[in-house]
Design a protein around this ligand. Structure first.
Ligand code: C2E
Ligand code: MG
Ligand code: MG
Ligand code: MG
Length: 282
């Protein structure tokens, strides 16, 4: 029966698996093309101070779409880029353009860039960062690098070497998406992270189980502070969330309420606008 109707019937036996494979392949091809033609874009999302909502820095978030304009999110393509060995090149592209953009901002505004675990497979990630900072003449203290808990699994020696080397450069290291992975207090302690970013699932949780989530968020903030870290809450979307968070002494906010990811061209005006809006003390 399958023979009579040809290939289409045969693939219909595992439609889900097949569609998935085709999509992966299509994304891999798109990634290769986009690297070749430098088509990755970067969006910048403000990270603000708790009190006046002043922009302290921006997180760089990579953006890509298919040739027909259909958007393709990093949550989907970064894992594929990791698997096919493209994440190093994409990461270097993002870092370069993020730093180039940040050079146009006031000197007290930082830029934060995500690093994938497999960027650490290449033993010289710290050297890559150092060279880039020198080449672009950008001070290390204005750069933050975000890593996830998955990086620390397995306690690999070259990972701790690279993190230590990055810290020696004067770059700040942030633990991203805290509370979603396999965090261990030991890791936070050992690597001396500068910043703790509480994952947005905790903000989402607040909406349906307020008291319980509040307790957990408060505990994480206290823990972060006791360990000497700056604490950021991700995914802040409502005034109600801010009201609650401001009681908990969280240091910085990131979320749609304070600003959506924007193009590089929009960052300058966003910073200028706040300079006009913020009353000057002098
Ligand atoms: P992330 O590093 O935790 O980045 C924050 C994500 O949360 C971003 O999604 C951002 O748009 C989203 N977000 C921010 N505020 C809110 C909010 O109020 N509500 C909601 N619902 N979402 C909010 P995005 O840009 O889709 O990135 C997803 C993930 O992809 C990032 O999570 C990061 O893990 C990864 N990623 C993005 N850019 C890069 C990159 O250049 N390199 C690497 N290795 N990973 C990247
Ligand atoms: Mg991040
Ligand atoms: Mg995050
Ligand atoms: Mg995330």
């Amino acid at each position: 029966h399958a023979k009579a109707t040809g290939r289409n019937t045969a693939v219909a036996y595992f439609p889900a698996l097949d569609t998935q494979k085709i999509r992966r392949k299509k994304i891999e091809m798109r990634l290769r093309d986009a690297l070749e033609r430098s088509e990755f874009e970067i969006a910048f999302q403000p990270i603000t101070s708790s009190f006046e909502g002043k922009i302290l820095g921006f997180e760089a978030l990579v953006r890509l779409s298919f040739e027909d304009g259909t958007p393709l999110g990093p949550d989907e393509f970064i894992p594929i880029a990791e698997d096919c060995g493209l994440v190093q090149r994409i990461g270097e592209h993002v870092l370069t353009h993020a730093v180039e953009t940040a050079k146009g901002w006031p000197e007290d505004v930082f830029v934060s860039v995500n690093l994938s675990p497999s960027q650490f497979d290449r033993a010289d990630v710290a050297q890559m960062v150092e060279r880039l900072l020198i080449r672009l003449d950008f001070p290390a203290h204005r750069l933050e690098l975000e890593v996830t808990e998955g990086l620390l699994l397995g306690n690999k020696e070259h990972v701790s070497d690279q993190l230590a080397q990055l810290k020696r450069l004067g770059v700040r290291i942030a633990m991203d998406d805290f509370g979603t992975g396999y965090s261990s207090l030991g890791y936070l302690w050992k690597y001396e992270f500068d910043k703790l970013k509480i994952d947005k699932i905790f903000m989402e949780g607040l909406d349906f189980d307020k008291d319980r989530y509040r307790e957990v968020i408060e505990t994480i903030i206290v823990l972060g502070h006791k360990m000497g870290m700056t604490v950021v809450v991700e995914g802040v979307e409502t005034a109600g969330q801010v009201e609650m968070l401001s009681e908990l002494e969280c240091d910085q906010y990131q979320g749609f309420l304070f600003g959506r990811p924007m193009s590089a061209a929009e960052t300058g005006p966003a910073l200028a606008k706040q300079q006009r809006d913020t009353p000057q003390s002098a």
